[in-house]
Design a protein around this ligand. Structure first.
Ligand code: KIV
Length: 277
């Protein structure tokens, strides 16, 4: 099956909306890909949804590398994007080294937060496609928390400027996170590359949600912009409760779920084993 390239994703602008989701392991990537999603981001949101932390600051490059390796194994078609974590791209050299690690792990592009124009240019010069990210950038958590960005004209204009600079630096798409829909609409119409929204309203060229949020698997608070398409967390509890019940009552495993000795061996074994009793 032919893989989605960054160029293909960029070419979808104005033709149809782009679907994107995060994933962090082989089975979730396999099922997301099988469902036909265009882009899979190995997001540093894994800090919260995989490691149970409060924010993304504790995520290391090795974490994203490990999860990218697993995700890449499950994907046949979707574009796999590796998310550069906190402090892994503070200089051009660091950005190149970190991105090489994620590309070697199986990503076909990287994402980084904020208008890191020099880093974006250098990565593209070296042949690494880049997805930008503006608005609420969780790696700035200590400065801004998880607050919607661009609600006033001056801050909204700053987002327009940042998104445009990211496009001019050569990024193939840009995530708009937690920004007012009016702002996302204008940025989307100004840019030639696709905008991928999360909490950014309906006018973006595509949408991304965190796997565990959209499937009802995250035990923490659900952001207001999330639509839950399944209740997998509840299904997991239901399934495991059934298992516990069957184990405790002796109903699991059955004979059919057990291995048997080779034909003819049982009787001699029972005879011989008596010596041990
Ligand atoms: O890490 C992540 O999951 C992200 C998305 C929210 C875009 O950056």
């Amino acid at each position: 099956m032919e893989k989605n390239t960054p160029r293909f994703i960029a070419s979808l602008k104005g033709k149809r909306k782009i679907s994107a989701i995060t994933a962090y392991d082989y089975p979730s990537a396999y099922y997301a890909d099988r469902a036909g999603v265009d882009v899979i981001l190995v997001g540093d949101s894994l800090g919260m949804v995989i490691k149970g932390e409060e924010n993304t600051l504790g995520v290391t490059l090795q974490d994203v590398e490990y999860h990218t390796r697993a995700v890449a194994k499950g994907v046949s078609r979707a574009l796999v994007v590796g998310d550069l974590p906190f402090m892994s791209y503070f200089s051009v050299e660091e950005a190149l080294k970190s991105s090489a690690t994620l590309i070697r792990a199986g990503a076909s592009a990287v994402k980084l937060e904020g208008p890191r124009i020099e880093q974006i240019r250098a990565l593209i010069r070296e042949g690494i496609p880049v997805m930008g990210h503006v608005g609420l950038t969780p790696q700035q958590y200590l400065h801004i928390g998880f607050k919607t960005q661009g609600r006033r004209t001056s801050s909204a204009l700053k987002l327009v400027e940042q998104a445009k600079a990211i496009e001019d630096a050569g990024a193939f798409s840009v995530v708009l996170e937690s920004v007012p829909m009016e702002v996302a609409r204008e940025i989307t119409s100004i840019l030639n590359i696709p905008t991928i929204g999360i909490g950014a309203g309906p006018f973006c060229d595509g949408q991304i949600l965190v796997f565990h949020d959209l499937l009802g698997m995250y035990p923490g608070e659900k952001p207001s912009f999330v639509r839950e398409y399944a209740k997998i967390g509840e299904e997991i509890v239901r399934g495991i409760k059934g298992y516990i019940e069957d184990v405790v009552s002796g109903n699991f495993p059955s004979e059919d779920e057990s291995f048997k000795m080779k034909p003819g061996e049982r009787d001699s074994f029972i005879r011989e084993v008596k010596k041990w009793k």
